[in-house]
Ligand binder design. Structure first.
Ligand code: AMP
Length: 471
């Protein structure tokens, strides 16, 4: 039994954990917390959804309690722990969790990420914070502006390190790490241990303890996975029917394209369902608002592209729907990882049309499971494009369905599927885009250090539902 009581956490932390309702430690927590408490470096292979944030936050907070004080002097609250993440959503999410774990302590935490006014962040930094959660680009802006001083950092967490490297943050990370004291504890979390990650670890970690949980090709055993053979034009009705029949209160609904995402959200809204759309053409503010509305249950269906597939944690989402089968089988695992989190029961329903055979085959291979395609009986008897009679039928189908075409989509039919990325979302959040700055504020001057060569400037944000992009 991996009880938190074994850890002998300080009462202020134990109280916060109890309030969160956690009964026992997750595997990454059981393995990592004692190691971090002992002050060793960690190289952890763990995905979001495994309880990774508490696995590093709780022991770091525990170790920092010795610095706890009620002084109002900023000098008494230097940055002692730095948590770096690739995207603003993840940074925001981790910061919220850290705040909850630290709520009964005197330790202060703050989050800084791009796409937001620097001023409020600056004020917070100047007041002094012990735990700073940040995306690399914005942190460098604050370092340049002398808002953040990192010479007293004792702990650094490189979270979702593989994604930070994918995005091209390596030069920024190297710069940030060069500002930190050599004597420190470094924790690195990554979904995979690629050669690049190993190189990063060997440069910046000292004799790390390696901890691995849940391989990337594993789906949680608590998630029931159903695949239905549904023609394109019937998918929206199929979704509505299953939601109704099963009394599903909330769900993530994944589509492959931004255009499809906006259209589906609009159509479901017209059908009387409370929906919000989350995709890469949405501004930072719109995305956070959509997530917040979903968290507060003001929205039942969150229609999203893979923008939301990785990392975002919303508790107790009972179901995930794949309106489109993802181009990349790994994204299937990330998508359905939005449900059945931390041991809860979850349902993942995927709609496959005849042209999806290869993509379904890829999922079978990756997850090493045989996928049975089910036929869906529709409750009404209006004529539909095709009858849904299961796998045999769709194997025989001609590929003449009416999916929205995008260059990526048509390419993906019989050639190896390109990696499903959302370049907008995967971009770090830099100050350059006037588009993200509310019109009432003046655009911030461009960063004095300039933009990392790996980072493309942000696109203008398209008006809601008026996007002309095809993916
Ligand atoms: P993370 O992987 O850190 O994003 O955490 C995923 C979710 O699991 C978050 O909503 C946490 O609040 C939750 N969680 C973390 N640790 C536990 C635990 N020991 N028991 C139950 N839920 C947990």
């Amino acid at each position: 039994m991996n009880s938190f009581s074994q850890l002998q956490l300080a009462p202020s932390l134990a109280k916060a954990v109890a309030e969160m309702g956690y009964e026992s430690m997750t595997p990454i927590q059981a393995q990592a917390i004692p190691v971090v408490l002992s002050g060793q470096d960690v190289m952890g292979a763990a995905q979001t959804g495994t309880g990774k944030t508490a696995a590093f936050s709780l022991p770091l907070l525990q170790r920092m309690l010795k610095h706890e004080n009620t002084s109002t002097s900023p000098a008494r609250h230097p940055v002692r722990a730095l948590v770096l993440l690739p995207t603003r959503e993840l940074a925001d999410q981790v910061a919220q969790q850290v705040k909850m774990y630290a709520k009964y302590t005197q330790l202060r935490s703050a989050v800084v990420f791009g796409g937001m006014d620097m001023k409020p962040q600056t004020l917070e930094l100047k007041r002094g914070v012990e735990v700073l959660v940040a995306t690399p680009g914005r942190l460098l802006d604050h370092i340049e502006a002398k808002n953040a001083v990192l010479n007293q950092v004792e702990y650094v967490v490189l979270d979702e390190a593989d994604r930070m490297l994918d995005i091209g943050f390596l030069p920024d990370l190297q710069r940030i790490l060069s500002y930190l004291p050599k004597q420190r504890t470094t924790l690195l979390f990554s979904a995979t241990f690629s050669p690049e990650i190993k190189r990063l670890a060997s440069s910046y970690l000292q004799n790390p303890v390696t901890i691995e949980v849940a391989r990337p090709n594993q789906t949680a055993s608590t998630v029931t996975q159903l695949f239905y053979n549904v023609a394109e034009d019937d998918k929206r009705n199929a979704l509505k029917q299953i939601v109704k029949e099963r009394g599903i209160s909330q769900a993530f609904v994944f589509v492959n394209s931004k255009l499809g995402c906006a259209r589906l959200a609009r159509a479901l809204e017209r059908d009387g369902l409370r929906t919000a759309a989350l995709h890469g053409d949405k501004s930072q503010d719109e995305r956070l608002k959509a997530l917040e509305a979903f968290k507060k249950s003001e929205v039942d269906l969150l229609i999203c592209t893979d923008v939301a597939a990785r990392g975002l944690d919303i508790k107790d989402v009972p179901a995930v729907f794949n309106i489109d089968i993802p181009y990349n089988a790994e994204d299937y695992i990330h998508r359905i990882g939005r449900t059945g989190r931390a041991g809860a029961e979850g349902l993942a329903v995927s709609f496959a049309s005849p042209s999806d055979a290869r993509l379904v085959g890829d999922i079978e291979k990756l997850t090493k499971q045989k996928i049975e395609l089910l036929a869906l009986e529709f409750a009404d008897d209006r004529p539909r494009e095709r009858m849904n009679t299961g796998r045999r039928h769709w194997d025989e189908e001609k590929r003449n369905d009416k999916r929205e075409e995008s260059p990526r989509e048509s390419r993906s039919r019989y050639t190896p599927a390109p990696k499903a990325v959302d370049p907008f979302f995967d971009k770090p959040y830099e100050e350059t885009a006037a588009a993200d700055v509310p019109s009432t504020t003046t655009a911030a001057p461009s960063s004095p250090r300039g933009i990392s060569p790996n980072i493309k400037p942000k696109r203008k944000v398209a008006a809601l539902f008026k996007t002309t992009e095809t993916h």
